[in-house]
Design a protein around this ligand. Structure first.
Ligand code: PBG
Length: 334
């Protein structure tokens, strides 16, 4: 039995007739609070460097990251996520740069926390920006070795917590890293540092422009299919989420975003935990490119895509569009 009378008693269009009526029946809202802004950090001073495959996205020197944090805060953005573009000379097989207290990412974290203490800083726990071969874990004889990688990731995460990170974002997909990180954080007195696990992270071609941005594209030997999830596997994604929650993740992420909204909904329904999605670089690039051609209305598609994340069940979304979207939300976007 339908819960409404048939046409013409019920006319769905009645509540769509005016902006005021549409606002009254709107089921959800996109807020600036929902946005996490990923930014790329590089060496230098006063430096902004375009990322060709991500028009509108730049790599910033630490001082410019601070400026960006101040601008973001003025727009109401409360969380940023840092990704370093590491100098080629610092990329090694052992990835030692990843856990140096004064590496690029840690310097940027300190600088943001000093200038904008209220900004939540999220850092990336994965070895790819430091690895000579572009992988997220340590490679021995062509194999991405799990347990040794986890040890390295723990050292890395502890250095990030030490630098003042509020959220650690393990994006590496090694097994056991959440439990190992959580235990190490507890032991080191960082019991209040949160972990947002890249839990349902798929082996995706949508990451292409990001790998350009962090300088990992040309270096990557092979692919990441031995650790990232097969795009056809929904149950495997859910098991990874459950596993990571059981090991101490406070929040979980689905990645990529729009092509994997079904996973967002399933995660939210099944676990009810803080659920995030990453609108990744390829998604960003596609919207930008089509908009630049005049084939789509870039602003509207951007906002609609972000609303779709909310509808699917996201508490928040990592998006390169964050400042632009925040600006439109402030102007009263509907
Ligand atoms: C790797 C990492 C990737 C992204 C975030 N962290 C790429 C990958 O797994 O190769 C992708 C983000 C994006 O595409 O915007 N640790």
């Amino acid at each position: 039995m339908p819960r409404f009378a048939p046409f013409p008693t019920t006319r769905m269009r009645r509540v769509r007739r005016t902006p005021a009526l549409r606002a009254l029946v709107r089921e959800d809202r996109l807020a600036v609070d929902d946005l996490i802004w990923p930014v790329f950090v590089r060496e230098g001073e006063g430096t902004l460097e375009e990322v060709p495959s991500m028009p509108g996205v730049v790599r910033r020197s630490v001082d410019m990251v601070v400026e960006a944090a101040e601008q973001a805060a003025a727009l109401g953005i409360r969380a940023m996520c840092l990704f370093p573009y590491t100098d080629a000379s610092l990329r090694t097989e052992g990835c030692e740069e990843a856990w140096l207290p004064d590496n690029l990412s840690n310097r940027a974290t300190r600088a943001i926390k000093a200038a904008v203490p209220g900004m939540a800083v999220m850092t990336d726990v994965a070895l790819d920006p430091y690895n000579a071969n572009g992988h997220d874990g340590i490679v021995r004889d062509g194999v991405i070795v799990n347990d040794e990688s986890v040890e390295a990731l723990v050292r890395m995460g502890l250095a990030q917590a030490e630098a003042g990170a509020d959220i650690l974002g393990p994006s590496d997909m090694m097994d056991g890293r959440i439990g190992a990180l959580r235990a190490a954080l507890e032991e080191a007195g960082h019991q209040d540092v949160t972990i947002m696990s890249y839990a349902a992270k798929y082996a995706s071609a949508f990451y292409g422009p990001f790998r350009d941005a962090v300088g990992a594209s040309g270096r990557l030997v092979g692919d990441k299919k031995t650790y990232q999830i097969d795009p056809l596997n929904a149950e495997a994604g859910l098991r990874c989420v459950e596993r990571d929650l059981s090991e101490g993740a406070d929040m979980v992420m689905v990645k990529p975003g729009l092509p994997y909204l079904d996973m967002v909904r399933r995660v939210k329904d099944r676990f009810g935990c803080p659920t995030f999605a990453y609108q990744v670089s390829g998604e960003y690039a596609m919207i930008r490119a089509a908009a630049a051609q005049g084939w789509i209305d870039g602003e509207r598609v951007m906002m609609e895509s972000l609303m779709a994340f909310r509808r699917a069940g996201c508490d928040g979304v990592l998006t390169y569009f964050a400042p632009e979207a925040a600006g439109l939300i402030a102007k009263g976007w509907e």
